[in-house]
Ligand binder design. Structure first.
Ligand code: ATP
Ligand code: MG
Length: 678
């Protein structure tokens, strides 16, 4: 192994140790074992990325094994959804296996155990059995049937299998040790009678194996070398081993179980039972509702496989239970989409803007950069005309000194178009603004190369041409729960913490016509608003977009305030626009920085510092990776970093590295600014 020891997680350490002790690498084999009783969630993704990640790393096969031993809760729909989700994440299983394929083998092994007097049929009620279990400090009591003759157990087990008894009347139990300090060893149940149709074996069976009996033996059948499961199974390991001991052939590989901590995520619930409850009570629209922590929900919301795998990487594999903050997941998708999403313009809360000196009936085609982060992404066409929509929040009659958007007498740039100046407003009787009138400077068209076009103004607004705009429905989502750990309260159920405003539907948003051709796989940044993707509810006549995530973490600030009932308000309205656009603005100004000098450079650097007040560290950090040749962006990032350090941001390794790289740069300004921070 070339990698340094530090980068290994503890499971990898275990494997490395086994290899070092002579375990042949070609015998490594893993499995992901979902029970098909619900859709996969982001917690499962941890296990998927771990197992399939090990498979990739060690070039070992990874089986997808459906743990389908409880027909009353399992369905084909779930099998299909699970396969779809794993494939979408980008993983390929070696074999598609089912515990139900081993029912006969498991049955035969159970018969062997009975014959060896290591299992017996009990006919007490489940309450009686439970009452004899004892406690961890007091031994249990033997069942009166524990020592029934082998022949009798064999006969009863056969009749259980033949369907002669009603559910609950008989069970098969392993005969181990009713005094074991490990409660799982006190004659655990191996089989129970369930009269239900199984999604694969139909009505062939009416006895079904318990998880502990089925799981380890399935691992053995498949010759899985490392059976990785979550911590709650740690106490089951002794039983896992005991069962294997009874059937193990020393010429074959003997699987071993190792445990890691469950992935928990703040502000949501993760058990399939609870997620099913949300679906069944119509609190969400289905398993793939974009607010659900399911893989299918995240996909519909606009998450990418890359972002989920990155999240799994960053959250890591832990030995102890912990909760990962959902903002890390949001950070991962933001970072991915920043690199890949096509920049477009859409207006969600429109107000009409009339450019009074632009000729009536005229329009022109402008070019909008598809992605400033991606050199070869090109441009697309946007029509411009005399009447536009802009966001209502982007205008104030009298904005004051710190308002960098449009106000009367002030200039802003319309993105990729012209500089305009606010002139007057038309209002209705109630004082609501109906139209904003402005003038434009024809010399200032973006990219025209004129001196006027290089002129710097404080703000840039997105817009759409009214005559060319297409309508869309836009769905904005907030966290589904208002509490960080909704299912961790003893006296309250998780449903009491539902955020009543987790969905905000904008029925009439206006988009640039480019979006008419959007497909479900496309990812967009609506300039200054966030990342969006098309929802499958869209059809020929109707576009529906889901908001994946905003441009910045709006919760980070919100949470420092005392929690009040107001927290239920949709974030979008609670947060001023300036926060969303700050980082964007910094990047925009940064790109042009190296063309400026003197006073203009000073002004630009100052506005970067101003915008930096609105930026979080998490948001800024991805810019540390900006390509070396994008010097302007790197200077802007360094300036913004200076502001964060001033505000008390601690210097971590990423910061130190970034400063060092700046100090070694060819560019004088970048060197000077980096020196100041070191
Ligand atoms: P849930 O409690 O959500 O119903 P489960 O453990 O019953 O989950 P399974 O279908 O049995 O769900 O899980 C398949 C695999 O995924 C198991 O190996 C399980 O340990 C793992 N897994 C389930 N939830 C998590 C989680 N939150 N974090 C990490 N691994 C998980
Ligand atoms: Mg389970």
């Amino acid at each position: 192994m070339k990698e340094s020891a530090e980068s290994l997680n503890f499971i990898e350490h275990i494997i490395e140790e086994d290899l070092a002790n002579g375990f042949p690498q070609e015998k490594l084999r893993f499995r992901f074992p979902p029970e098909p009783n619900g859709y996969l969630h982001i917690g499962h993704a941890a296990s998927i990325c771990l197992n399939f990640g090990l498979g990739e790393k060690y070039q070992a096969p990874v089986n997808l094994r459906f743990d389908d031993t409880n027909p009353s809760k399992e369905e084909q729909e779930y099998v299909d959804a699970i396969k779809r989700d794993i494939a979408w994440l980008g993983f390929r299983w070696a074999n598609e296996c089912y515990a139900s394929d081993y029912f006969q083998q498991l049955h035969d092994w159970a018969v062997k155990l009975i014959k060896e007097d290591k299992a017996y049929v009990d006919q007490q009620t489940s309450e009686q059995i439970a009452s004899q279990k004892g406690t961890p400090t007091t031994p249990g009591v033997d069942s009166p049937y524990r020592n029934r003759p082998v022949e009798e157990s064999l006969d009863l087990f056969q009749r259980m299998k033949n369907g002669e008894f009603p559910a609950g009347s008989y069970v098969l139990r392993a005969k181990i040790d009713m005094a074991s300090p490990n409660m799982h060893m006190r004659d655990p149940i191996m089989y129970r009678i369930i009269n239900a149709h199984h999604h694969r074996t139909g009505n062939d069976w009416c006895i079904y194996p318990m998880y502990d009996w089925a799981h380890g033996e399935s691992d053995y059948v498949e010759q899985v070398s490392h059976s990785l499961c979550t911590l709650e199974f740690k106490a089951h390991r002794e039983l896992y081993d005991w069962y294997l001991d009874q059937i193990y052939d020393s010429n074959l590989l003997r699987p071993k179980q190792r445990e890691f901590a469950r992935r928990n995520l703040s502000y949501t619930v993760m058990s399939k039972r609870k997620l099913l409850e949300l679906v069944q009570k119509n609190i969400v629209s289905g398993w793939d509702d974009p607010r659900m922590p399911t893989i299918s929900g995240l996909r519909r919301r606009g998450y990418t496989p890359t972002s989920i795998r990155k999240f799994s990487d960053l959250a890591g594999i832990a030995k102890r239970d912990n909760v990962t903050d959902v903002s890390l997941l949001e950070f991962c998708i933001r970072e991915d989409l920043n690199k890949t999403a096509t920049r477009v313009m859409a207006v969600l809360n429109p107000v009409k803007l009339v450019i009074s000196n632009y000729p009536e009936g005229q329009s022109e085609i402008l070019q909008l950069e598809n992605n400033p982060e991606e050199a070869n992404s090109g441009t697309h066409e946007v029509p411009f005309s005399r009447e536009l929509y802009i966001e209502r929040e982007d205008f104030k009659e009298d904005g004051g000194k710190n308002f960098f958007r449009l106000s009367l007498g002030n200039e802003v740039r319309l993105k990729s178009a012209y500089i305009i100046k606010g002139e007057s407003v038309i209002k209705d009787d109630a004082g609501n603004i109906l139209e904003i009138h402005c003038t434009y400077d024809p010399e200032t068209r973006s990219g025209s190369g004129t001196e006027a076009s290089e002129r710097k103004v404080k703000g840039t607004l997105h817009w759409v041409s009214i005559a060319h705009a297409i309508k869309a429905e836009v769905r904005e989502y907030d966290r589904l729960f208002l509490d960080e750990a909704p299912d961790a309260h003893e006296e309250k159920g998780f449903l009491e913490f539902i955020n009543p405003n987790s969905l905000n539907v904008i029925k009439e948003a206006y988009c640039e016509p480019f979006l008419a051709n959007a497909t479900l796989d496309d990812k967009f940044q609506f300039q200054r608003l966030g990342y969006f993707t098309l929802d499958p509810d869209s059809n020929d006549g109707k576009l529906v977009f889901n908001k994946t995530v905003g441009l910045k973490d709006t919760w980070a600030k919100q949470n420092t305030q005392a929690p009040t009932q107001n927290q239920a308000k949709p974030q979008v309205q609670a947060q001023p626009q300036t926060q969303k656009k700050a980082l964007n603005e910094i990047q925009q100004i940064g790109k042009k920085l190296t063309n400026l000098s003197g006073e203009k450079l000073e002004t630009a650097m100052n506005s970067i510092r101003e915008f930096a007040e609105e930026v979080t560290y998490e948001e800024l950090e991805p810019l540390f990776g900006t390509a070396a040749k994008k010097t302007g962006t790197r200077i802007a990032t360094m300036l913004a970093l200076g502001v964060l350090l001033n505000k008390g941001q601690a210097k971590n390794q990423a910061i130190l590295d970034f400063i060092e790289s700046g100090k070694a740069d060819e560019n004088e300004i970048l060197r000077a600014e980096s020196e100041k921070l070191s």
